[in-house]
Ligand binder design. Structure first.
Ligand SMILES: [Zn+2]
Length: 469
């Protein structure tokens, strides 16, 4: 056994050596004359700065410029930390049922195509809230350098049904957490159909296993006091919708009660306003999906699903009114949470119908500001706070020396107008410079692939072929 461990270690070291070039081979990048918005707690801006990026990291700010650096002109531009989407569902290979041994997945995806929209939008870290082994594989592809993509944090879903892992008793719940830990997932997502006892046991076991918990509030708590589901170590609510499902009166008083309990229990919130706004738009008309300018960057199978098998299509006027009430309540929740200083992090549910990976983060920032956050607060929620919740605030989330160079270069100042986060002039991801030209090429490659393969993917045909299999 000891021999085997040594063998594995030797193998790993050999691989490490094969992967990483020696530092001298990597040129430094320098952005000159750029206005840096570090997103540190001191609210400072560093005007007309020179920033050096070398070996994946920020080497200096207003220091000396190394010889043979590649210079990027930042005159009149603004630099912010890479954006973080704390609630995504990236497409990954899969099959809806178990196939014969040696048979591959029924649907496969090109990982670069899945990751391009994030990078093109300056989203350099994502938190996948429905992680499967395939997502671990995607992360490996990115780390190996085969794919340009964001950092990926992974939460495994534990639910009562309709989940990766089903658990309906406290002991099954605890076991599910321990298995997730063994499988190398970093986080647990609790899901809608857990019963009360199992929900609490999963969260307690996750605490013991040093895994943070994000997720839904199970329907089992509907009609019960909010004290029942706001418990310590339930660290992050996946969308404000979870809270609007726990009330009928949608009052500011109720929002304040939720905020107080969140504060007491250390529970943060992903408002996820994009999700509800998108649901309302889709319920009113699918034209709102068909006319999305970002739809061309969506895999043709998903385009087909969103447009021909959309669960919100034909919603009754009554249902739309209900969604609208929830959306209005979400704004009260944001007001109350801000008032109580409960941290909120941006997340979009990207991958759900109508919500396009990467692009959605900018929609979310817009909605957050509309709901009462300042431009700076919205940016903090999409940078520093996400890194803090994930426990990697010493690595990313702000622009500081020795942190990884995840950076977005903007033509215009986002503190003046939050929509300026869309004026992307280039992105650094893990120290790799992706120029505007490169971004445009990546996007047009993706668009071309999607157009060329449109006929091959039809959601309804796929479902029918599965039925006949
Ligand atoms: Zn989700």
């Amino acid at each position: 056994m000891k021999y085997l461990n040594l063998l594995i270690l030797a193998f790993l070291i050999a691989n490490l050596n094969a992967q990483y070039k020696s530092p001298s081979e990597n040129p430094a990048y320098v952005i000159k004359n750029v206005n840096i918005i570090p997103m540190t707690t001191d609210h400072k801006i560093i005007p007309n700065a020179t920033i050096v990026i070398h070996n994946q990291k920020i080497q200096s700010i207003n220091g000396t410029i190394p010889a043979n650096s590649q210079i990027i002109d930042g005159t009149g531009k603004w630099l912010i930390p890479g954006l973080i989407d704390m609630h995504v569902h990236s497409l990954a290979d899969g099959s809806p049922f178990v196939l014969y041994p040696t048979k591959g997945p029924l649907v496969s995806y090109d990982t670069q195509n899945n990751m391009t929209p994030y990078i093109a939008n300056g989203v350099t870290t994502v938190f996948d809230l429905g992680a499967r082994p395939e997502h671990i594989g995607q992360r490996n592809e990115i780390i190996r350098g085969n794919v340009i993509g964001p950092r990926i944090a992974l939460a495994k879903v534990i639910g009562g049904r309709k989940s990766n892992t089903t658990a309906n008793t406290p002991s099954d719940g605890r076991n599910a957490v321990r298995i997730a830990k063994e499988e190398q997932y970093e986080f647990i997502k609790v899901y809608t159909w857990l019963n009360e006892e199992t929900f609490k046991a999963v969260i307690d076991e996750a605490k013991k296993q040093d895994m943070k918990v994000v997720g839904h509030i199970p329907v089992a708590f509907e009609g019960k006091p909010a004290e029942d589901f706001f418990i310590p170590h339930f660290g992050l609510i996946a969308h404000a919708e979870e809270l609007s499902k726990q009330t009928d009166d949608y009052s500011y008083k109720k929002a304040q009660e939720f905020a107080r309990l969140a504060k007491e229990n250390g529970t943060w919130l992903i408002p996820n306003l994009t999700n509800m706004e998108s649901i309302i738009a889709q319920a009113k008309s699918l034209n709102n999906v068909a006319s999305l300018t970002s739809l061309k960057y969506v895999h043709p199978l998903m385009q087909s699903k969103w447009l021909t098998a959309n669960q919100f299509e034909g919603a009754s006027a009554q249902l739309i009114e209900h969604f609208q009430k929830q959306a209005d309540f979400h704004k009260l929740i944001i007001k109350a949470f801000k008032e109580s200083a409960v941290p909120m992090v941006t997340g979009t549910d990207a991958g759900i119908s109508g919500i396009v990976w990467g692009f959605s983060l900018h929609d979310e920032l817009k909605f957050l500001v509309k709901a009462g956050l300042t431009n700076e607060e919205a940016l903090v929620s999409a940078t520093r706070l996400g890194a803090e919740w994930l426990g990697i605030e010493d690595k990313i989330g702000t622009i500081e020396i020795a942190k990884f160079a995840d950076l977005v270069l903007l033509d215009k100042n986002p503190l003046k107008d939050i929509s300026h986060t869309r004026t992307i002039s280039g992105v650094f991801v893990n120290g790799q410079w992706i120029s505007k030209n490169k971004i445009d090429t990546m996007l047009s490659d993706l668009e071309q692939w999607n157009n060329a393969n449109k006929e091959k993917y039809n959601w309804k045909k796929l479902l029918n072929s599965l039925k006949n299999n």
